[in-house]
Design a protein around this ligand. Structure first.
Ligand SMILES: Nc1nc2c(ncn2[C@@H]2O[C@H](COP(=O)(O)OP(=O)(O)OP(=O)(O)O)[C@@H](O)[C@H]2O)c(=O)[nH]1
Ligand SMILES: [Mg+2]
Length: 290
């Protein structure tokens, strides 16, 4: 690695924290292995064994009222700011459509702005049959996109199963948690390493496939956009948790650029064996904001 690479890594290493807020956010971050060494802060309303527990233990959530979640988070802003102090990168995750998670992110965003940290939001929108929550989530999402330096969006209703069918609620939710956790770990390692330039656009969706054959995994991941992604827009980032040979890497780049006209950036890990290939695909967020 070049000298410059080391300087970048030294500048950023240990500077990233992950926040899970609300029921969905806390569930997602609980999947991050303790052995990863990733610092995690949980925020919830009432007694939920979270690091920051807003309101009394007899209160059980904000019942979908994000104004209440926001007002509570403002009351706890000092605690939140203290927990975030010293970090330059904040990855915050929540399921939109509820009260606590959706209400907290803007306050986390204010704390980030005040301390000069950047905020990456990893958020999901509810299933289509959760009609009201989904509409609320779409409105909340616009604000979150505007406040965040980068946003990664998951549409729980579009999470495909292995066989290609749409998943039932419980399976879709736990699948979303797993994918979001995976994305958080990848973003964490990008932020701690010299790769942040890879996420150059503002809004992303992700697609994920795992296989012993990285070329096949990348090909199949292209069929799994989890939001209305537009692969013809901006950059595509590919990460793998394992080593990829130069030949495989060239084949993946070739396949993706043939299909989208975009030459992807590939960042891969150090492990041997099974390849978990994740594609970060930019969304033309202007259409989401209109
Ligand atoms: N990924 C994931 N999503 C969930 C889970 N539970 C619920 N959701 C989704 O996330 C949305 C928000 O739900 P919660 O996370 O429970 O809401 P909250 O932030 O705790 O807000 P309040 O309970 O209203 O204070 C729901 O509409 C669901 O679509 C979960 O365990 N994991
Ligand atoms: Mg809740």
């Amino acid at each position: 690695m070049s000298d410059q690479g080391w300087i970048l890594m030294n500048d950023f290493a240990g500077r990233t924290v992950v926040i899970g807020s609300g029921g969905a956010g806390c569930n997602t971050v609980s999947r991050i292995p303790k052995t990863s060494g990733i610092p995690v802060i949980t925020i919830n309303t009432g007694n939920h064994d979270s690091v920051i527990s807003m309101a009394d233990s007899n209160v059980d959530g904000c019942r979908g009222d994000h104004d209440l979640g926001w007002a509570l988070a403002l009351d706890y802003k000092d605690e939140i700011a203290e927990a975030l102090a010293g970090y330059s990168n904040i990855i915050v995750t929540a399921g939109l459509g509820g009260g606590t998670g959706s209400g907290t992110i803007p306050v986390v965003g204010e704390c980030a702005k005040e301390s000069g940290a950047r905020m990456i939001s990893v958020v999901s929108v509810p299933m289509p049959f959760e009609t009201v929550r989904r509409e609320t989530a779409m409105r909340q999402m616009r604000k979150i996109i505007q406040m965040s330096d980068r946003t990664v969006l998951f549409d729980i209703g579009k999470i495909p199963s292995r066989g290609g069918d749409v998943l039932r609620m419980n399976a879709a939710v736990s699948s979303a948690d797993e994918l979001m956790k995976e994305a958080i770990i990848r973003i964490y390692s990008m932020l701690e390493g010299p790769f942040f330039s890879t996420l150059s656009e503002k809004v992303y969706t992700i697609a994920y496939q795992s296989s012993y054959d990285p070329v096949r995994a990348a090909g199949r991941a292209m069929d799994e956009y989890l939001f209305d992604a537009d692969p013809g827009y901006g950059k595509i980032a590919v990460t793998s948790d394992s080593k990829i040979s130069r030949t495989d890497s060239e084949e993946i780049s070739g396949n993706i650029s043939n299909r989208t006209g975009i030459m992807p950036e590939i960042a891969y890990g150090e492990h041997d064996g099974n390849h978990g290939i994740m594609l970060f695909i930019p969304i033309s967020y202007r259409s989401l904001l209109s």
